[in-house]
Design a protein. Structure first.
Length: 94
């Protein structure tokens, strides 16, 4: 019977809040080793249920993960180079 509470919308919000507190406690004690938070994903999905803009944002984020990110995108042509480890920059004018 207690499981039926979490199927409702208020029960889902309560469950996500409990998971958020547990996640923060695990991070404070040092037992949580991951970077992301489980509860934030749940809250984002809940928000996307009621907001079309959030649904579009999540779809855009998913498509950005699939696309290849080239180092040369948006960079000027290979006229100039910067060597950060050597502390040297070469600038060639066209």
């Amino acid at each position: 019977m207690e499981f039926a509470v979490f199927v409702t919308l208020p029960g889902l919000v309560i469950l996500l809040t409990v998971i958020a507190f547990a996640d923060q406690i695990l991070r404070m004690t040092g037992r949580g080793k991951r970077r992301g938070q489980i509860s934030s994903t749940g809250f984002e999905q809940l928000h996307a249920t009621f907001s079309q803009g959030k649904q579009n944002e999540l779809k855009e984020r998913q498509s950005a993960l699939v696309l290849r990110d080239d180092e040369e995108d948006g960079a000027p042509p290979h006229h100039s180079t910067v060597d950060l480890t050597g502390g040297r920059a070469v600038i060639r004018l066209p």
